[in-house]
Design a protein around this ligand. Structure first.
Ligand code: ADP
Length: 217
């Protein structure tokens, strides 16, 4: 069981804190707004009303030995920066933060954030993929440069083996599974034949995946 502190209980922070708690983790939820704290009190380990920009306050709450702190108040730039800095200064092992945009993200990394989330940007990318390319069903971002996508095999791939398609050499991507109807082939081999309409689960660098997507049309 891990110990988490979720700092800032807006829509994102609230959902993060209550989900982590439901998954069986210990969660300390913090917000400067008393009402936000009261609303979440029954759904986390404990909820505290406090100003998270102050390192001494974080220390008095007992955050020093927490495993992960997530700073979520992205729309308040000053509070987000000060709270991230305070959490790092306190010596919390992993400090994650939510940013509003790329500049904000850069600042948070510079002051020591271990990982920065840009949920609005990421969601925008995902929704764009779903809307614009009918063949892409899902996309999982592994890190900013790598993803796993599902891609629908077009006519021109029909009856070709993975060996003939040579995805790794041509595009630098790996086919990690092939789905045909309800059947899942989770460790495809070079001789496996692709049929039009198969769903290929592909892992690779985003640039390589984009190239594959445009060639696939
Ligand atoms: P969302 O978009 O997820 O709703 P917001 O940035 O609007 O996120 O939510 C920020 C939350 O952080 C609010 O609930 C706000 O009261 C809280 N907050 C802002 N400043 C501080 C602070 N200094 N200390 C603790 N909580 C803060």
């Amino acid at each position: 069981m891990k110990q988490f502190a979720v700092i800032g209980l807006g829509r994102f922070g609230n959902s993060l804190a209550t989900t982590l708690y439901k998954m069986g983790n210990e969660v300390i939820a913090i917000d400067i707004d008393e009402e936000k704290v009261e609303n979440i009190a029954e759904q986390v380990t404990y909820a505290v009303q406090a100003d998270a920009t102050d390192e001494n306050i974080l220390k008095s709450i007992g955050l020093k030995n927490i495993d992960v702190a997530v700073i979520t108040m992205a729309s308040n730039l000053e509070a987000s920066i000060l709270a991230t800095l305070s959490a790092k200064e306190l010596g919390i092992e992993k400090v994650y933060a939510k940013a509003m945009n790329d500049q904000h993200s850069k600042v948070l990394y510079k002051i020591g954030a271990d990982k920065v989330f840009l949920p609005e940007r990421d969601m925008g990318i995902r929704v764009a993929h779903t809307l614009a390319t009918t063949n892409i069903f899902e996309m999982i971002e592994l890190d900013p440069e790598h993803s796993i996508i599902e891609i629908n095999a077009p006519e021109k791939w029909d009856n070709k083996t993975l060996d003939e398609m040579d995805f790794r050499a041509k595009y630098g991507v790996n086919v990690i599974a092939i789905k045909r109807g309800k059947k899942f082939n989770i460790s495809p081999i070079a001789e496996d034949i692709i049929k039009k309409g198969d769903i290929l689960v592909v892992l690779g660098e985003n640039k390589a995946i984009e190239k594959l997507e445009s060639d696939q049309k």
